[in-house]
Design a protein around this ligand. Structure first.
Ligand code: HPA
Length: 252
C-alpha cells in the first residue's frame, strides 16, 4: 500500500478540482473493476495527505447511473484512503433544506436500480452482509459538526438522503412519496457509493450541498435554470475549504 491518505474527497456536481491542494500529483489508477472517474489528485492540505477525485469526471461527463462506483471506491482503498468525505449536490425537500444549505445527512434510502451495488457481485467471492444500519460514519460526522462550528460555517446536522436513479430530476409525485418516506434531501449519487465504502471498511460521510428545491417544494415556485443551480452550488461550495481546514486539524 502507498502512504496513507488522511482524507479522500469525492467531489460532485460543481466541485471538480480542489484548488487548495498543495503540490498535487495526479495518480492514474486502474482497478480490477476498471478505471475510476478520473485521476486521483493527491497533495497536502493543512499538513495532511489529501486526495481528490471528481465523481463525474473532471469535465462532468459521467452521468450518475454510469459512474463506476466500484472502481472509484476500490481506487481510493488501494491508494490508502483512511476516510472519505463525499460531496453531493442535492435537491431540498423539507423546510430546513433550502438552496445553498450545507447538510450532513445521518440516514439514507436507496431508490436506485441496476447499479452494481456490492463488491460481492461476482462468482467465487465470499459474500458479506455488512452492517449498514447507520450508513454514515459517526466519528467523521461528529468531527465535521465540530469543524463547522469552529469555522463559523452553517451546517444542518442530520437528515435522510434519498438516492434516485436520474439523470432526470424527479416528478412532484415522486418527491411527495419521498417526503412521506421521510426523505429530507434528494440526490443521485449517494448510492451505492456509501455501501461500497462500508464494504471496503472505509469510514464515509456525505456533505450535501442543496442546489435547488426538489420538484414541487419551492415555496415561491418558478422555473429553475441551470445557471441558478450552478450559482447555488458555487455559493455553498465557497464554504467548503474553511470547513476542510478545520476538519483536517481534528483528524487523528
Ligand atoms: N434531484 C435529484 N438530484 C439532484 C437535485 C434534485 O432536485 N438537485 C441536485 N441534484
Amino acid at each position: 500500500m502507498r502512504d496513507a491518505i488522511d482524507l479522500a474527497i469525492i467531489g460532485g456536481t460543481g466541485l471538480y478540482r480542489l484548488a487548495e491542494l498543495e503540490s498535487p500529483q495526479a495518480l492514474s489508477l486502474d482497478t480490477r473493476y476498471g478505471a475510476p472517474s478520473g485521476p486521483l489528485r493527491v497533495g497536502e492540505l493543512g499538513g495532511r495527505r489529501v486526495a481528490f477525485l471528481a465523481r463525474h469526471g473532471e469535465s462532468h461527463s459521467v452521468a450518475p447511473h454510469r459512474i463506476n462506483y466500484r472502481a472509484n471506491i476500490r481506487a481510493l482503498a488501494d491508494a490508502g484512503a483512511r476516510r472519505i468525505l463525499a460531496v453531493n449536490a442535492v435537491g431540498g425537500i423539507t423546510e430546513a433544506m433550502g438552496p445553498r444549505v450545507l447538510a450532513l445527512p445521518d440516514q439514507l434510502i436507496d431508490y436506485t436500480y441496476g447499479r452494481i451495488a456490492s463488491f460481492c457481485d461476482e462468482e467465487g467471492v465470499d459474500v458479506v452482509h455488512v452492517d449498514f444500519g447507520d450508513p454514515y460514519d459517526a466519528t467523521l460526522r461528529q468531527k465535521l459538526i465540530a469543524s463547522a462550528r469552529a469555522a463559523g460555517v452553517a451546517l444542518v446536522d442530520g437528515g435522510v438522503y434519498g438516492c434516485t436513479q436520474g439523470p432526470r430530476l424527479e416528478t412532484s409525485a415522486e418527491i411527495t412519496r419521498m417526503l412521506r418516506d421521510g426523505c429530507d434531501l434528494v440526490g443521485m449519487t449517494g448510492m451505492p457509493e456509501a455501501a461500497l465504502a462500508r464494504e471496503a471498511g472505509i469510514p464515509y460521510a456525505s456533505l450535501c450541498i442543496v442546489a435547488n428545491w426538489a420538484a414541487g417544494c419551492d415555496p415561491d415556485p418558478h422555473e429553475i435554470t441551470m445557471q441558478e443551480v450552478l450559482d447555488n452550488v458555487a455559493g455553498a461550495t465557497a464554504e467548503v475549504p474553511a470547513l476542510l481546514r478545520e476538519l483536517l486539524s481534528r483528524l487523528d
